[in-house]
Design a binder for this molecule. Structure first.
Ligand code: COA
Length: 190
């Protein structure tokens, strides 16, 4: 497999590896209740963000692909960091991947998360030859499932009260897309 070209550029965005210099920009949104609400973590302190970003800031995406790649999503024009996207490699043999995303709400509502997620799907299918990419979210997380619908992912499951999440019954949606569905969508670049 050829090395993944870094950074990944889209019309308005540049997806690049994290560096430790990104800590404050990540803390600016990971500390917010509204960003942490449907995540498996609580609003993060700066020290907790240092710990996370240190794990993400490897720089070698092909090596990280043994486990998960975390992409720093920045605006092409200004270089401002607006969010993070993760591509997790869940099953090597069956070539299953999972996406996750967190964006700074001060840059929400402009389609940036959709644009970044399309680039990550294109990389997962195109570069890493994944067979299926899925995403999970709380059914109450409308912004998250609407994003996956905008991407053309299919709702595959609605797990009802299948777990406790932050002290209440969890309602979870699974969305997914197969490689051939991605090809059929014929996005023609991103
Ligand atoms: C999930 C999340 C990334 C979605 O963010 P978002 O701002 O809704 O998504 P986008 O950046 O793609 O923007 C989409 C909105 O921009 C609008 N938009 C404007 N220009 C657009 C464009 N060029 N392309 C696509 N959408 C565009 C869309 O119509 C949509 O608006 P709407 O919600 O009023 O319909 C964000 O809510 C988030 O980070 N939440 C907190 C973390 C979280 O819960 N993560 C998921 C855990 S499962």
């Amino acid at each position: 497999m050829a090395d993944l070209s870094i950074p990944i550029e889209t019309e308005r965005l540049r997806l690049r590896p994290f560096t430790i210099a990104d800590v404050d920009a990540v803390h600016a949104y990971h500390c917010l209740d509204e960003v942490a609400r449907y995540q498996y973590w609580e609003p993060r302190s700066r020290d907790e963000v240092v710990e996370e970003v240190t794990k993400w800031a490897d720089g070698d995406w092909d090596r990280q692909a043994a486990d998960a790649i975390v992409f720093a999503v920045t605006l092409r024009q200004s270089g401002i960091l607006i969010g993070d996207m993760v591509l997790l490699f869940r099953d090597r043999d069956a070539r299953q991947g999972e996406i996750g995303f967190s964006f700074n709400p001060s840059h929400g509502g402009k389609g940036y998360a959709t644009e970044a997620a399309r680039a990550v799907l294109a990389t997962g299918f195109g570069h890493f030859n994944l067979h299926r990419i899925f995403g999970r979210c709380d059914a109450r997380n409308r912004a998250s499932w609407r994003l996956m619908e905008r991407l053309g992912m299919r709702r595959e499951a609605h797990f009802r009260e299948h777990a406790l999440f932050k002290g209440v019954w969890d309602e979870e949606f699974y969305y997914a897309m197969l490689a051939r569905e991605w090809t059929e969508m014929d996005k023609g670049g991103f």
